[in-house]
Design a protein. Structure first.
Lengths: 485, 497, 99
C-alpha cells in the first residue's frame, strides 16, 4: 500500500539579544564556563526572573512578519522536569496563552509559492549545556556549564503540513533567511542558533486520519533534517510493511552514521505539570507597541525579490539571488539608484559576487571597500561607454583594492581614455582620407570594411580610443560628407 | 555589658542614642546577647546562625540611618552574604548565599545590623517551628509550648528581648501567628509592597516578608524603610507605598468589621476574650463596630493548601544536589542523585507538601485541584473586597488557640494546617494583616503559665496606615503596664513609650 | 478521588522523592485526608470566578542591558558539591534528551 508522511516541525530560535531572557547576564556564551551566570540564571534560592523587553519585541516582529495573531495578554508558565542543565528544574516558557498564534511562512519551491501554516510562536529560556559522559578516574561523569542557561529562545511550532523532507528543508532555509533578515538571530543551525525537532507519522496515501507519531530530535543541520526525516519515514514504512505498528517514541538522529536511535518510549512520557509562572505578571503587549513593531519591520524578503524583478526589470533568478540577503539587496538598490538597474544587477551578480566568494567577504565588508556611491559612479561611466569592456573589468579590480574614483585610478595607472568627439574626429577623418578604398566600399554597402577602419583609428589613438565611440563617428562621417569633387 | 537595659528600648530610640553618640554601636548591637540571651537563648533556641565576629564587623561597617546600630534577626530563609541561609533544612546545610536579599540591603542602608538567622519550620512549612533541622524553638512564655511558626525563631527572639526588630516571611500566617503566640506585633504587608528578591520561595504568589516588633511605632518605621518597588522583583508594585507616618493619629471615625461567625465555635475562649477586649478599646478610642458574617475559613485552608503546595512543589525542585547544598554521598547515577538527595535532604512535612502539590498539578488532576483552587481564590478575594466596602478593617483572631504544646499537632498534618485558618485568607487575597498583642490570658485550668493573647487586623490592599493606627490605638488603650505587671519575667517590657 | 498507592508512587517519581514501601500507606492516608478536606471547595459557588494572575501587573519589562549581578565562575561554583575546572560535575547523563 502507498503511504504518505505527515510532518510537523518544532523550531527553536535563539535570539541575539544583549542580555538573557530573565536576567541581565550577557547572552553571549562560549567563553569561560559558568562565567556568565548570576543568582537568577543559576537558579539560586531566592532569585526572581524579569522578562527582557527586547526579546519580547523580537518575538513580536517575527510574529507580525509571519502574519500571526498577537495576544495582548500572554502568560509565562513553568514546565516542570528534572534535568541537570536546567538550573531551576523547571523551564519558564509559555503554554496555554502564547504570545503569537496562527500565521504562515511563504516559501518558493520550484517557482511556485507554498504557504506553510504555523500553530504558534512563544518565548522561553534556553538551558545550560551538558558535556557527555567522560571517564573520570574510576567513575564516568558529565559536566555542566550554565552560560547558555536563560538565553532567550523563540519556539515556533508548525501545523502538520509537510509531506516531504524536502519541504521541511525549504521551510527551514526560508525561516533561517527570515530571522537573519529581521536581525533577531544569527540563525546558524550548526551553532544551535536554530534547532529543529520533528513529529512524524505516516498514513495510507490520501486518507484523512493521522498515524501514531514519533518525535525526531537532534536534527542540527538542514541536510540533517532532510536525511533524518527520510530515514524515519522509511523506518515507519518498514514497520507497517511487516504488519507491525509504529510505537509512539522519541528518536535521535545520528547524522554521522545516518542512524536513528530510540531514546524514549511512551511509558517514559513526561508529565510537565505546567502552571502559570507566579513570579512574572501577565505579559501585556499594547496595541501601540504592536503597531510600532509593525512599523519597524523591513520589507520582507519574499516581497522584495518580486519588487526588484518588477522595478528594475531584472530576471527572476537575479532578483531571487540579490533579494536573498538584505544587505546585498540594499547595496544593489543603492547602485541602481545611480545607474541602470540591469547593468547594476549584471555587475553585482557576476563581479561583486565573485569577489565575495573568492575572498569570503560579507556584503558589509564589501560595501566598506567599494561603497554603493563609488560603484554607482563607476557604472555610470560604463553605461556612458567611457570605459571599454576590458578596461572596465580592470577598473573594477583596481576599485576593489584601491581608493579613489575612476579618473583618479586612470591617472594613477597612466591610462588615458579618448571618447570625446573633439579628440577622435581628427583621427577618424585622417583614416578616411588615408583609406579611400575601404571608405568607398563601405559607402557602397560593404559594412564589413567598417571594422578595418575602426582598427586603423584605434591604432592611431594608441589603443586609448573607446571603440564604440569610434564606430559611431565613422558611421556618421561616412554617411554624411560625400566627396565634393 | 550594659546595665542600661538597652535591649528594652524601641528600635527608634536605640538608633537615636547610637546616632547621638550616647551609646556605642557595638553595645547597642550586643545588648540582647549580653542581656536576656544569656538566660533565654539556651532554653528558647531562637537563633540558628550567628557569629560574634560577624556582628562586630557588621556593627563597625554600619551606615548612618534611622536604624543605625539596631540589631535585627532574620528568618533563615532570607539570603545574606554574612551567615548561612539554610531554611531550617538539611538540604541547604552549609549554604552561604552570594547575595543579599533586597529587604536586607534596605535594612543595612538604614544602618541596621544583621545579627544572625532565626529558626523556622523547614522551608517555612509549618506553624510551630518544630519542623526544623536544627530542632524546635520554644515559647519564652512557656518552654513546654511552641512559639508558633513558621517564623518562630524571630518571633521568640523579639519576645524575649534579643532584638527590637526581626524579619520573617508570611505565606499563610507565618509572621502573624507566631507574633500572636509570642505576644509581639507582626505585620504581613500587601502583596507586592516588599520585595521577595532573596527570600527563598515557598508559595510565590502568597509569600511576603513580614516584620516583628514590640511596638507599633517600630513596625511603622521599618515598613517605611522596606516598602517600595524593586527592579529585581517583577511582582512588586510600582505605585508609591502608602505613608504610615500617621500611625499615632488614632482611630476616631474608623469602622472595624466584626465577623463573629468565624469564632462561634472551635476557638479558645481566651482568644475570644482578647477580641472583646480589643474591640472595647477600639470603641473607646472612637472606632465603631460593624458586625457581619464572613466566609468560613475552611475554604481558605483548602484553597491555600492546593495553591501553596503546587507552587512549592515547583519552587523546591531546584534543590537537587547539583549546584549547591547537600548531595547524598551514594548517588552514582542521576536518578539516585535526585531521589536520594531530596528524600534525605527534605524533612517529612516538606516531602508531604511537595507530593501534595505535585499531585494537584499532575496530568488529569490539574483542573480538579489547582484550577479549582485558583477559582476559589478569586472568590475569596471578592469576599474580602465586599467586606471592605462596609468597614475600614476587620478584627479577628490571629489563631484559634493560644500557643499550643510542643508535639501536640506534629502527628496530625490537618490539625496543624487548621491552626492557620484565620491568617491564610490575607495571603490568598494579597491584603495586609497585623497581629497586635492584647496582654496575657488568665491562667488556664491546668494552672500553666499565662500566655500572650493577640488579635489580628486585616485591611484592604495598601491599608497598612489604617492597620497601624488601629494597632497603636490598642497598644495605647490596653493597660500600658499590663505585660510588665502581669508578667514578672525579665523579658517583659512596657508597651507604651 | 481517593489517592491510591500507585498515585503516590507516580507523584513521588515525578517529584524525585523515594517513599520506602513501608511508609507508602501512611503517606497515602495523610494525603488522602488532605485531599478529602479540600473537596470542600466543591461546595463553594465558583460561577464567574475566573482564575486570573494575582500578581500586580504594573512592573515594566527589563531593558535589554547587560550589567549587574554576575557572579563569575568562582563564586558560582563555590557551593557546588562536585566541580572541576569551572564545570559543575554530575553523574553521567545518559539519556541525552532535553525535552
Ligand atoms: Mg520549548
Ligand atoms: Zn543571569
Amino acid at each position: 500500500m502507498a503511504y504518505e508522511a505527515v510532518i510537523g516541525l518544532e523550531c527553536h530560535i535563539q535570539l541575539s539579544t544583549r542580555s538573557k531572557m530573565f536576567c541581565d547576564c550577557p547572552a553571549a556564551f562560549g567563553n569561560q564556563p559558568n562565567a556568565n551566570v548570576c543568582p537568577v540564571c543559576l537558579g539560586l534560592p531566592g532569585a526572581l526572573p524579569r522578562a527582557n523587553h527586547a526579546a519580547v519585541d523580537a518575538a513580536l516582529r517575527l510574529g507580525l512578519a509571519l502574519g500571526c495573531g498577537v495576544c495582548n495578554e500572554s502568560v509565562f508558565a513553568r514546565k516542570n522536569y528534572f534535568y541537570p542543565d536546567m538550573p531551576k528544574n523547571y523551564q519558564i516558557t509559555q503554554y496555554d496563552r502564547p504570545l503569537c498564534e496562527g500565521g504562515a511562512l511563504p516559501v518558493r519551491m520550484e517557482g511556485a509559492e507554498r504557504r506553510f501554516d504555523l500553530t504558534r510562536i512563544h518565548l522561553e529560556e534556553d538551558t545550560g549545556k551538558s558535556f557527555h559522559p567522560e571517564r573520570h578516574g574510576d567513575r564516568p561523569v558529565s559536566r555542566v556549564d550554565f552560560n547558555r542557561a536563560g538565553v532567550p529562545l523563540l519556539e515556533l511550532v508548525t501545523e502538520p503540513v509537510f509531506h516531504e523532507p524536502a519541504e521541511c528543508a525549504a521551510f527551514l532555509t526560508e525561516l533561517r533567511r527570515l530571522v537573519r533578515w529581521l536581525q533577531i538571530s544569527e540563525g546558524d543551525m550548526e551553532k544551535g542558533h536554530l534547532r529543529c525537532d520533528a513529529n512524524v507519522s505516516i498514513r495510507p496515501a490520501g486518507s484523512g486520519g493521522l498515524g501514531t507519531k514519533t518525535e525526531l530530535k537532534n536534527l542540527n543541520s538542514i541536510r540533517g533534517v532532510e536525511r533524518g526525516l527520510a530515514a524515519e519515514i522509511a523506518r515507519q514504512r518498514g514497520v507497517l510493511a511487516l504488519g507491525g505498528t509504529v510505537e509512539q517514541s522519541t528518536l535521535l538522529y545520528d547524522a554521522d552514521h545516518d542512524k536513528l536511535a530510540v531514546m524514549r518510549s511512551k511509558e517514559h512520557a513526561h508529565d510537565y505539570r505546567y502552571f502559570p509562572e507566579p513570579d512574572l505578571p501577565t505579559l501585556r503587549v499594547s496595541a501601540a507597541w504592536i503597531e510600532d513593531a509593525r512599523a519597524r519591520l523591513p520589507e520582507l524578503p519574499w516581497k522584495r525579490a518580486a519588487r526588484l524583478e518588477a522595478q528594475y526589470g531584472i530576471p527572476a533568478y537575479d532578483a531571487a539571488v540579490i533579494g536573498d540577503q538584505r544587505e546585498l539587496a540594499d547595496y544593489f538598490e543603492a547602485c541602481a539608484a545611480l545607474a541602470d538597474g540591469k547593468l547594476a544587477s549584471n555587475w553585482v551578480m557576476t563581479e561583486v559576487m565573485r569577489v565575495l566568494k573568492d575572498r569570503g567577504w560579507s556584503v558589509t565588508r564589501w560595501s566598506e571597500r567599494v561603497s554603493a556611491a563609488r560603484m554607482g559612479a563607476f557604472l555610470e561611466r560604463v553605461a556612458a561607454r567611457e570605459l571599454p569592456g576590458p578596461l572596465a573589468k580592470q577598473m573594477f579590480a583596481w576599485m576593489t583594492d584601491e581608493d579613489g574614483d575612476v579618473p583618479a585610478l586612470l591617472e594613477r595607472h597612466g591610462v588615458r581614455v579618448q571618447s570625446a568627439a573633439s579628440e577622435l574626429l581628427p583621427l577618424v577623418r585622417a583614416v578616411i582620407a588615408e583609406h579611400p578604398g575601404p571608405a568607398a566600399q563601405y559607402r557602397a554597402g560593404k559594412a564589413a570594411t567598417l571594422g578595418f577602419l575602426v582598427g586603423q583609428v584605434m591604432k592611431k589613438s594608441g589603443g586609448q580610443a573607446v571603440p564604440q565611440a569610434v564606430q559611431e563617428l565613422l558611421r556618421a562621417e561616412l554617411a554624411g560628407g560625400a566627396d565634393g569633387e | 555589658m550594659s546595665d542600661r537595659m538597652l535591649w528594652k528600648l524601641p528600635a527608634e530610640t536605640l538608633a537615636a542614642r547610637v546616632r547621638s553618640g550616647a551609646v556605642a554601636i557595638e553595645e547597642a548591637v550586643e545588648a540582647g546577647f549580653d542581656g536576656p540571651a544569656r538566660e533565654w537563648e539556651p532554653r528558647v533556641h531562637a537563633v540558628v546562625h550567628t557569629e560574634a565576629a560577624a556582628r562586630r564587623s557588621a556593627a563597625a561597617a554600619a551606615s548612618d540611618g534611622p536604624l543605625r546600630g539596631v540589631p535585627v534577626l532574620l528568618k533563615d530563609n532570607l539570603c545574606t552574604t554574612d551567615y548561612l541561609t539554610t531554611c531550617g533544612s538539611k538540604i541547604l546545610a552549609g549554604y552561604r548565599a552570594p547575595y543579599d536579599a533586597t529587604v536586607v540591603t534596605r535594612l543595612r542602608t538604614a544602618g541596621a545590623v544583621v545579627i544572625g538567622k532565626g529558626n523556622m519550620d523547614e522551608f517555612a512549612m509549618g506553624s510551630s517551628t518544630e519542623f526544623s533541622a536544627y530542632g524546635p524553638t520554644r515559647n519564652p512564655y512557656d518552654l513546654a509550648r511552641v512559639p508558633g511558626g513558621s517564623s518562630g525563631g524571630p518571633a521568640a527572639a523579639v519576645a524575649y528581648g534579643l532584638c527590637p526588630i526581626a524579619l520573617g516571611s508570611d505565606t499563610g500566617g507565618s509572621v502573624r501567628q507566631p507574633a500572636a503566640f509570642c505576644g509581639v506585633f507582626g505585620l504581613k504587608p500587601t502583596y507586592g509592597r516588599f520585595s521577595r528578591y532573596g527570600l527563598v520561595a515557598f508559595g510565590s504568589s502568597l509569600d511576603q516578608v513580614g516584620i516583628f516588633a514590640r511596638h507599633a511605632g517600630d513596625v511603622a518605621l521599618v515598613y517605611g524603610l522596606l516598602a517600595g518597588e524593586d527592579p529585581f522583583d517583577a511582582t512588586t508594585r510600582r505605585s508609591a507605598a502608602p505613608d504610615v507616618s500617621g500611625w499615632e493619629s488614632g482611630v476616631r471615625g474608623l469602622r472595624f468589621g466584626w465577623p463573629a461567625n468565624l469564632w462561634a465555635e472551635g476557638v479558645d475562649p481566651a482568644v475570644v476574650e482578647g477580641l472583646e477586649r480589643a474591640a472595647a478599646w477600639l470603641e473607646r478610642a472612637g472606632a465603631s463596630r460593624v458586625p457581619f458574617e464572613f466566609l468560613p475559613g475552611e475554604y481558605s485552608v483548602a484553597t491555600y493548601y492546593l495553591v501553596a503546595t503546587a507552587e512549592a512543589s515547583s519552587n523546591l525542585a531546584r534543590f537537587d544536589g547539583v549546584r549547591y547544598g547537600f548531595r547524598h554521598p551514594e548517588s552514582a547515577d542521576l536518578r539516585s542523585l535526585y531521589t536520594r538527595t531530596r528524600s534525605d535532604g527534605f524533612g517529612p512535612e516538606v516531602q508531604r507538601r511537595i507530593l501534595l502539590g505535585t499531585y494537584a498539578l499532575s496530568a488529569g488532576y490539574y483542573d480538579a485541584y489547582y484550577l479549582t483552587a485558583q477559582r476559589a481564590r478569586a472568590r475569596i478575594r471578592r469576599e474580602y473586597e465586599t467586606a471592605f466596602t462596609r468597614c475600614d478593617f476587620m478584627l479577628l483572631p490571629a489563631a484559634p488557640t493560644l500557643a499550643f504544646r510542643i508535639g501536640e499537632k506534629t502527628s496530625d498534618p490537618l490539625a496543624m494546617y487548621l491552626s492557620d485558618i484565620f491568617t491564610l485568607g490575607a495571603n490568598l487575597a494579597g491584603i495586609p494583616g497585623l497581629t497586635v498583642p492584647v496582654g496575657l490570658a488568665p491562667e488556664d485550668a491546668a494552672g500553666g503559665a499565662r500566655l500572650p493573647c493577640a488579635v489580628q487586623l486585616l485591611g484592604p490592599e495598601d491599608a497598612e496606615p489604617i492597620l497601624l493606627r488601629a494597632g497603636r490605638a490598642i497598644e495605647m488603650e490596653g493597660d500600658a503596664t499590663r505585660l510588665s505587671r502581669d508578667h514578672s519575667r525579665e523579658f517583659a517590657w512596657p508597651t507604651k513609650r | 478521588m481517593p489517592i491510591s498507592r500507585d498515585d503516590v508512587r507516580r507523584i513521588a517519581e515525578l517529584a524525585r522523592l523515594e517513599i520506602p514501601e513501608g511508609q507508602l500507606e501512611r503517606m497515602r492516608e495523610e494525603l488522602s485526608e488532605v485531599i478529602d478536606f479540600v473537596a470542600a471547595l466543591n461546595r463553594l459557588d465558583l460561577t464567574e470566578c475566573e482564575p486570573t494572575s494575582f500578581a500586580p501587573a504594573d512592573a515594566p519589562l527589563r531593558e535589554d542591558v547587560v550589567n549587574g549581578r554576575r557572579l563569575g565562575a568562582e563564586v558560582a561554583l563555590a557551593a557546588a558539591p562536585d566541580r572541576e575546572d569551572g564545570f559543575f560535575r554530575v553523574p553521567p547523563i545518559v539519556e541525552n534528551l532535553n525535552p
